[in-house]
Ligand binder design. Structure first.
Ligand SMILES: Nc1ncnc2c1ncn2[C@@H]1O[C@H](COP(=O)(O)OP(=O)(O)OP(=O)(O)O)[C@@H](O)[C@H]1O
Ligand SMILES: [Mg+2]
Length: 358
């Protein structure tokens, strides 16, 4: 899968612009605040149907316009397609595939695959387990609708159970109610844990390979799923029962996949606690590159790699190796200065316009 062209109209600081992309490495170059991230944001909008940074949809419409439009042209193994998104100040946005409006975001997923990485993704390594659970959930959901439904259901049951724990029901009645929720919770928990376990097992060798490549063989990355130990439904129910007193005193459920995590270590040492900045960045990047492989395997087509501002964060050796990797898959990478002797298309952006498209 490849993006061959994008047209932008009234999108952020782009009034009207058309950019053609090469099938390999595309370097989007420009000074600060010229529209490099905006361009990647627009491309990724067509992948997932939402922005990675705008909290409000209308925020992307150019301040002097009432309408914004993104249109991407996609080349696939079989046939080509277009994805178009139209934003208006007065109505909800419209998404069209090949000119035909879609009704639900889920119809868009899979039309144009891409993986996005920005320095913000460092959260994946540095911050709370919640970020790593989200990473698992987003990825697994992309390839399994069943998982998405399971997760929604699990969260509903969990909320209900927590609500009961805080209620003033007499203990005996409460125990009966909780028993019903335990059964249902355990059923979903077992399946979710299995999905996540498999996902991390699948991701691990790719992440290890990517990290070894980026660090020139100096570092070994390991990732491990840290989740519930019980694999049978009856054992999960027992674990929930065992924790009942504790849950009751705290007023929430302390056991289950909503507490899962992924442990990331380099050369046997936990990266979150002991890793250097560069190591943490490389590890986050390796997880994303592994994600690219997994998506490729699941969809049988190479996704587009979108990298925002990653070069400034890495040492020369890692930069060169990353760029070498980028040549193997279509990549759009942003930077303020580019001086590497590497075959690529340079797209120079100034104030929402292209200066050079060579
Ligand atoms: N709705 C909008 N209308 C007009 N301009 C906008 C809108 N939203 C954002 N901008 C402008 O876009 C600019 C930021 O662009 P962008 O984030 O793409 O910069 P960048 O080239 O990635 O810079 P940096 O190198 O600092 O990351 C801001 O200066 C902002 O004024
Ligand atoms: Mg930027």
């Amino acid at each position: 899968m490849e993006i061959t062209k994008i047209e932008l109209f009234g999108y952020r600081n782009y009034e009207m612009c058309e950019i053609e992309f090469d099938s390999k490495l595309n370097v989007i170059c420009g000074e600060n605040a010229q529209g490099k991230t905006n361009l990647l944001e627009a491309v990724y909008y067509c992948v997932v149907g939402k922005s990675f940074r705008a909290s409000r949809e209308k925020e992307v419409i150019n301040l002097n316009k009432n309408l914004a439009k993104i249109k991407v042209y996609i080349k696939k193994d079989i046939g080509n397609s277009t994805v178009e998104i139209i934003f208006s100040r007065t109505q909800k946005k419209t998404i069209k595939i090949n000119g035909i409006p879609i009704k639900k975001i889920s119809e868009l997923l899979g039309e144009f695959n891409g993986v996005f990485f920005s320095p913000d993704e460092l959260k994946l390594i540095k911050e709370s387990p919640e970020d790593r659970r989200r990473f698992m959930d987003v990825d697994i959901s992309q390839t399994s609708k069943q998982y998405f439904y399971l997760l929604t259901r699990y969260n509903q049951i969990l909320q209900n159970r927590n609500k009961q724990l805080k209620s003033n029901l007499p203990l005996e009645n409460l125990k009966d109610v909780i028993k019903i929720w335990n059964e249902q919770l355990a059923e979903c928990a077992q399946k979710i844990a299995k999905f996540r376990q498999n996902f991390v097992l699948m991701l691990a060798p790719h992440a290890k390979k990517a990290h070894a490549f980026l660090s020139d063989g100096k570092e070994e990355l390991d990732i491990e799923y840290i989740g519930i130990k019980e694999t049978e439904k009856k054992d999960i129910v027992m674990a929930l029962e065992k924790n009942f007193e504790k849950d009751l005193s705290l007023g929430y459920t302390t056991y289950g996949p909503h507490r899962d995590d992924i442990k990331v270590s380099i050369n046997g040492v936990d990266v979150r606690t002991y890793g250097s900045q560069g190591q943490q960045r490389t590890a986050a990047l390796s997880l994303k590159l592994a994600e690219l492989y997994i998506l490729e395997e699941a969809t049988k087509t190479k996704p587009v790699l979108l990298l925002d501002d990653v070069l400034s964060e890495l040492d020369d050796n890692r930069k060169k190796r990353l760029l070498q990797f980028c040549k193997s898959t279509q990549t759009l990478i942003t930077c303020t200065k580019f001086n590497y002797a590497i075959d690529c298309k340079i797209i120079q952006i100034k104030d929402g316009n292209i200066l050079k498209n060579s």
